[in-house]
Every structure is written in structure tokens, then in C-alpha cells.
Write a protein that binds this ligand. Structure first.
Ligand code: C5P
Length: 221
């Protein structure tokens, strides 16, 4: 099997409140995008990073020490478009593709292994964590309580058969379907998507508090 990865890092990260793209923010002296790309380079033959078009050179520098097989391409206006642009740069020889958010920079590499292993029996695998909060659906001031035992929080890296991922992206682009992850695209087009166990260390870095969490963790290490 030839395995490739797309790392989405083209977001601006405005919610983080920094004046540089989120994936270039450093923890322990290493940019988030390099943490994420290193973890995938351990299990992939090729890693394609999507970056904001106006920061390509900074991103290339940020991942230059990771591995020669890491390349950087310009992302798009949405996460989904960024993944599609990354996919276009993935070798046609790849049979399996991992898609990972640089914002989950500290996801243990074992989760990539679990996702790829579960791909034997599915077209797509999404890492999931149990929901710990009580969850309600809200609309127009009304609340509806959901059964949290049947819910899960979805993480990345997500693993896919390359043909299914490419097909789902092509159909979503043609049909105007926009998902917040890639598993939802496969599910929308009838592909079999299953779960594997996620990891709390894969917490998404969105707000300054998330960054503080990992800064404190590395300060203790
Ligand atoms: O904005 P959010 O945190 O949901 O983004 C998830 C991931 O998608 C991040 O790693 C971000 O860099 C990436 N992204 C992207 N292209 C965009 C928007 C987000 O690659 N246009």
C-alpha cells in the first residue's frame, strides 16, 4: 500500500488572536504545521501541506527540516477546497490517503495507525471521542436535548481509500456540498465510513486557551 497525507493548514486562525497564520505559531520552538507534518511523515510516503497562498515560502521554511517528501501548495477559501487542492498534488499512486488538520498538531501518531488499520473494512475511517458535555440542538430560542451516549466528537487524521476520497470531493464540488470534514463527504455519497478511537491529545487548537494548554504541557516536559 502506498499512503499519502494532506495536512490542512491554510486557515487564518483569526480566533487565536495572533497576527500570523495559526499553523506558523510555535510550541517548543516548532511551528504547529511542522508538528503535524512530522507525525504524518512517520507513516506516509508523501505529505502535502496546504498553506495560505500569501505565506507559501514561510510554510516551506517551516516544514523544510521535516522530510524531503513534504511539499507545500496553496489552499483555498474553505477547508474543503484546501483539501481538494492538496489532493490534486497527491501522487496518483497513493492507494490510501490521510487527511489531517494542522490545528490538531499534537495528535499521537498511533491514531494514524488505528485509522489506516480500520480501512481494511471501510472506505473511510474517522477518529471519534465520546462527548462529555450535555448537548442540545438550538434553533430560534428552542432547545432539544440530544442523547449524548449516541454522539461522538470527530477528529483527524481521517483515513480514506484514495479513489473514494477523490470521488467524494469531485461530487461535492460539482453538487455544491460543503462539509466540515472529509468523512461527511464520503457518507453523503454512500461510502462506508467507520470510526476508530480518537485521542484527547488531538484537541483542536482554536482559541488562545488551547495554545496555553499545550504551552504549559511542553513547559513541564
Ligand atoms: O477553521 P478550522 O479550525 O475548522 O480549520 C480546520 C483546519 O482546516 C485547520 O488546520 C485550518 O488551517 C484548515 N483550513 C484550510 N483552509 C481553509 C480553512 C481552514 O486548510 N480555507
Amino acid at each position: 500500500m502506498t499512503v499519502a497525507a494532506v495536512v490542512t493548514a491554510a486557515g487564518s486562525g483569526t480566533r487565536l488572536g495572533r497576527d500570523l497564520p495559526k499553523a506558523l505559531v510555535t510550541i517548543a520552538g516548532t511551528p504547529l504545521v511542522a508538528w503535524a507534518a512530522s507525525s504524518l511523515a512517520a507513516v506516509c510516503e508523501q505529505v502535502v501541506v496546504t498553506a495560505p497562498a500569501e505565506h507559501l515560502e514561510e510554510f516551506r521554511r517551516a516544514v523544510s527540516h521535516v522530510a524531503a517528501r513534504v511539499t507545500v501548495v496553496a489552499g483555498g477559501a474553505t477547508r474543503q477546497q484546501s483539501v481538494a487542492l492538496g489532493l490534486a498534488a497527491v501522487s496518483p499512486e497513493a492507494d490510501e490517503i490521510l487527511v489531517h488538520d494542522a490545528a490538531r498538531a499534537f495528535m499521537p501518531v498511533a491514531v494514524s495507525g488505528r485509522a489506516l488499520a480500520a480501512l481494511d473494512a471501510a472506505d473511510g475511517v474517522i477518529p471519534v471521542l465520546p462527548v462529555v458535555d450535555t448537548i442540545v440542538a438550538t434553533s430560534g430560542g428552542e432547545v432539544r436535548y440530544l442523547d449524548r451516549s449516541s454522539l461522538g466528537g470527530v477528529q483527524t487524521p481521517q483515513a480514506f481509500r484514495a479513489s473514494a476520497l477523490r470521488d467524494a470531493h469531485a461530487r461535492a464540488a460539482a453538487g455544491g456540498f460543503e462539509g466540515t470534514d472529509d468523512g461527511s463527504l464520503l457518507a453523503a455519497y454512500g461510502y462506508r465510513v467507520v470510526t476508530c478511537e480518537g485521542d484527547p491529545e488531538g484537541r483542536k487548537i482554536t482559541y488562545a486557551e488551547d495554545l496555553d494548554h499545550f504551552e504549559r504541557r511542553w513547559a513541564r516536559a
